[in-house]
Write a new protein. Structure first.
Length: 608
């Protein structure tokens, strides 16, 4: 969600801040602003709209400052207006704050501060922080921030500058990610490495309830309780090129086309053909511990939740271990039963999803073994879990997840294979799965070459306002994911259903204006799905089918067929999702939508 970037060094800060904000645009936002330290004090400019609007606002002004902070806001408290945009300043205009997260007790703090004469100009919870820090400021900005935050309930990632401390930024986090970038004669802070990777790949991830004092030559970290912390510097493994479009029209299209590579990365070094199994050493569990697992909970949100549903099918099929899939946003608000032998997997692309982190901490409180499946090295989920698996998809910029989804499925397949071979999955079947996995990247490449045909289908349907997606068995979650992709980026209303459930309600919606996308591959429920297609056609519905290559029977029953190569039945989601991603993409392009930054959405949802 909201993005933060700050810089202190010898270079002019405004171009650096604007560049950082542009690299954070993928996170989703509705306004932007900067605050810099000039000789006359803090100068701040902010506005509703895109970073380009802020850049235009700054165009005629001259700035000499080498210290500043900037922000992109995703509205929670208060509408997306110029006044509600960050940064926020105190009464004396000597302190500026940018903030990600939510201050839950801001109303009571606002009443307290108002009684002391503070005057507020916005509807936000964040403005409270600027005034609260002002209230306690006595020359030491770190101590003022520390005292202010001790009264705050909620989540925050903040960066603060002060007129009286012109070469210093103070940063702190609790629940919202922050990373410090270590440079030569300059240091940076950001909510995401992508904002600072142009300047350094040496980073330190702040932990919850830590505060950092950052100057151009050094930084120091301590806890809210004044315990000094030794920074652990890590090297970011990806480069600036990986967050550029590389000639593609949109990041989403680039990331769809990267999947042949990212699928290989997800399984590289993890296949053991001789034993028909996989290696997942990052789980940090011994053979006996893995063998004693008797129940698995997969917890996630959004697209990652759909990947978890596929994981449920795979693990129960291969390993005969009961699996439950939980919305992370609901997990902590009920009383989940955690017994001996229960393992909880948290799945998140960013590793910073607030609801998923809350589920992680609840599972830990209940005594579960908690493992992670995530993409971002050094993320909070990666640090707080007992072990886990990185999906190695590389930075995903498009808000609508594509390559991370298929990489998550790949890792869940490897997990199911590992657990299955410890139980009742035969060596022959294990080797069959591995053979199929090794071919997947080439089959995905083949599907991507079918892009023009999918684009032609999109031209016929992009003006429709409603879609139904149907699938059965392991491809039912693909119906959910296909529908989600369509509504996320094209704003077409779409619903995913198990195909057999259509007759229990959704069939009432079927007519010539309600197209259906049906996953009808050659599997053990193929004939049942054909019957569902006949039910749609009997009501004048249009059908786009995803079918197995060589299936000529289906061609005469539907309006359009998109063929996928034949593979092991359990691996079909890795192929069926490709045309669904492309269909959503082309429909959104034809409708003139903002592909990489859909309205109201954020890439990393860091508030509950």
């Amino acid at each position: 969600m909201c993005g933060i970037v700050g810089y202190v060094g010898d270079k002019k800060v405004v171009p650096i801040l604007l560049d950082g904000l542009k690299r954070l645009e993928y996170r989703g936002y509705d306004s932007a602003g900067i605050a810099v330290l000039e000789e006359e004090g803090i100068l701040s400019e902010k506005c509703a709209g895109k970073v380009s609007a802020l850049e235009k606002l700054l165009g005629g002004k001259s700035f000499q400052s080498t210290t500043g902070i900037a922000h992109t806001r995703w509205a929670t408290h208060g509408e997306p207006t110029d006044l509600n945009a960050h940064p926020h300043l105190d009464c004396k205009k000597q302190i500026a704050v940018v903030h990600n997260g939510i201050i839950e007790n801001y109303r009571s703090l606002k009443e307290l501060l108002s009684s002391k004469g503070h005057i507020f100009t916005s509807d936000t919870d964040t403005e409270i922080l600027a005034h609260l820090i002002e209230e306690y400021y006595g020359g030491d900005l770190v101590e003022a921030v520390r005292t202010a935050l001790s009264q705050v309930e909620g989540t925050y990632g903040i960066a603060v500058i002060c007129k009286e401390n012109p070469e210093e930024i103070v940063a702190a986090r609790h629940g919202s990610p922050l990373v410090i970038g270590r440079g030569q004669g300059e240091n940076l802070v950001a909510s995401d490495c992508s904002a600072i990777i142009r300047h350094t790949n040496q980073v330190v991830y702040l932990e919850d309830r830590e505060i950092a004092r950052i100057t151009k030559n050094e930084f120091s970290i301590s806890t809210i309780n004044k315990v000094e912390v030794t920074p652990h510097v890590q090297e970011v493994s990806w480069s600036l090129d990986q967050i550029e479009k590389g000639g593609y029209s949109h990041f989403m299209l680039k990331e769809i086309n990267e999947q042949p590579i990212t699928l290989q990365n997800a399984m590289r070094g993890r296949l053991n053909y001789e034993e028909g199994t996989s290696r997942l050493n990052g789980l940090n569990l011994q053979y006996e511990e893995l063998h004693n697992i008797n129940r698995i909970i997969l917890s996630a949100c959004g697209t990652s939740w759909h990947a978890a549903l596929i994981g449920e099918y795979l693990i129960e099929d291969f390993a005969s271990i009961p699996v439950e899939v939980e919305y992370a946003s609901e997990f902590r608000y009920r009383s989940p039963i955690i017994q001996d032998g229960t393992v909880v997997f948290l799945i998140s692309q960013s590793g910073e999803t607030a609801d998923t982190l809350a589920a992680l901490r609840e599972a830990k409180r209940k005594g579960a073994t908690v493992l992670g499946i995530c993409n971002v090295v050094g993320s909070t989920i990666a640090r707080e879990t007992d072990g886990g698996v990185y999906i190695h998809a590389g930075p995903e910029i498009g808000v609508a997840s594509t390559k991370a989804f298929t990489s998550q499925i790949t890792v869940l397949t490897l997990l199911a294979l590992l657990l299955g071979r410890m139980r009742n999955l035969s060596l022959e079947k294990g080797r069959e799965i591995i053979d199929s996995l090794k071919k997947i990247h080439q089959q995905v490449e083949f599907l991507l070459q079918n892009d023009n045909y999918i684009k032609e289908i999109a031209k016929e349907y992009y003006k429709k306002n409603n879609f139904l997606y149907l699938g059965r068995g392991i491809n039912y979650p693909l119906a959910l994911e296909g529908a989600l992709k369509l509504k996320e980026i094209s704003y077409i209303h779409a619903e995913g259903y198990p195909a057999a459930e259509m007759k229990h309600g959704p069939i009432a919606l079927i007519d010539e204006n309600m197209p259906a996308v049906v996953i009808a591959i050659k599997d053990n429920v193929y004939d049942k799905v054909l019957s569902n297609i006949e039910e749609i056609k009997a009501r004048n519905g249009k059908v786009i089918a995803i079918a197995t290559e060589g299936d000529r029977e289906i061609a005469g029953r539907v309006d359009h067929v998109i063929y996928i190569p034949s593979t092991s039945e359990q691996l079909t989601p890795l192929l069926t999702i490709i045309p669904l991603q492309l269909l959503a993409y082309h429909m959104a392009v034809l409708r003139g939508c903002h592909i990489d930054q859909p309205r109201n959405l954020a890439k990393s949802v860091t508030v509950e």
